[in-house]
Design a protein around this ligand. Structure first.
Ligand SMILES: Nc1ncnc2c1ncn2[C@@H]1O[C@H](COP(=O)(O)OP(=O)(O)OP(=O)(O)O)[C@@H](O)[C@H]1O
Length: 250
């Protein structure tokens, strides 16, 4: 049985006045995949994420979910950004439950706090948390609505290296456990190689090339090789060279 793609991006373009942010993007993402978008600043990574999230509309082209329009499929999509976007006047638990009095909602919030290892901070305010802890609350909040698709826009960009590494592992284990379809935008090719099963290089306003992720995120050598390959394409290769080289490798 052929699997139905969770997201089908077909010939998507996005222009802002005279500026082209994206052009000719064709990308198919299957349920449970973890895809990383990498590339130079201004390459259109965040724009693509915003289009998938329905925060903006493409100038042309289509984005389908389960082969259907967004309206018909009504996918539950949540986005996690670099800044935590927590409400500073609410406690950690309230940021998840939005002060709901519904016992089920509260129980779900408590359970998610345990999942992100923050049970002890339920009554703390965001201002009392470290950057990494705030991002864990933001992750738990994104999971509250049981998304099928999780979009991560540089969520770990502001964290120190050690916290970042721990968060990568936490996000990976949760995404696998909950079989989420995940798209991560990151500047860090090593992070992309550690986390994703597909690394998509965005260059010249489109998805120029892609690499399979290493099977084991803890295999530092394999991660390093994939990261270096992605970096070479980002920095040097012309589209034609890249396509030829990739086809000769496969
Ligand atoms: N709201 C907007 N109005 C006008 N131009 C925009 C807008 N959003 C993005 N752009 C432009 O579209 C292009 C792609 O931007 P985008 O933020 O998607 O790139 P990116 O690859 O995510 O970059 P970065 O890695 O720096 O976040 C850039 O040239 C940017 O200036």
């Amino acid at each position: 049985m052929t699997q139905v793609p969770e997201i089908t991006i077909h010939q998507v373009a996005k222009r802002y006045q005279t500026l082209t942010a994206l052009t000719g993007v064709d990308l198919t993402i299957f349920p449970g995949e973890f895809v990383a978008l990498v590339g130079m600043s201004g390459g259109g990574k965040s724009t693509l994420l915003r289009l998938i999230a329905d925060l903006e509309q493409p100038t042309s082209g289509q984005i389908l979910f389960d082969h259907q329009s967004r309206e018909a499929a009504a996918p539950v999509i949540r986005v996690m950004f670099q800044e935590d976007r927590l409400l500073p006047w609410m406690t950690v638990l309230e940021n998840l439950s939005f002060k709901s009095t519904d016992a089920k909602t509260k129980a779900a919030a408590v359970q998610l706090l345990a999942l992100v290892e923050l049970s002890d901070y339920a009554d703390a305010y965001p201002g009392q948390l470290s950057g990494g802890q705030k991002q864990r609350v933001a992750l738990a909040r994104a999971l509250m609505s049981h998304p099928q698709i999780l979009l991560l826009d540089e969520p770990l960009g502001a964290l120190d290296a050690l916290t970042r590494r721990k968060m990568q592992d936490l996000i990976l284990s949760i995404c696998r456990q909950q079989q989420l379809t995940t798209i991560l935008v990151t500047h860090d090719v090593t992070e992309a190689a550690r986390m994703a099963n597909r690394i998509v290089v965005m260059k010249d306003h489109t998805n120029l090339a892609e690499f399979p992720g290493p099977r084991n995120p803890h295999d530092a050598r394999a991660v390093g090789t994939v990261a270096e390959d992605a970096l070479q394409v980002i920095l040097h290769e012309t589209p034609t060279q890249t396509a030829q080289e990739l086809s000769s490798v496969s």
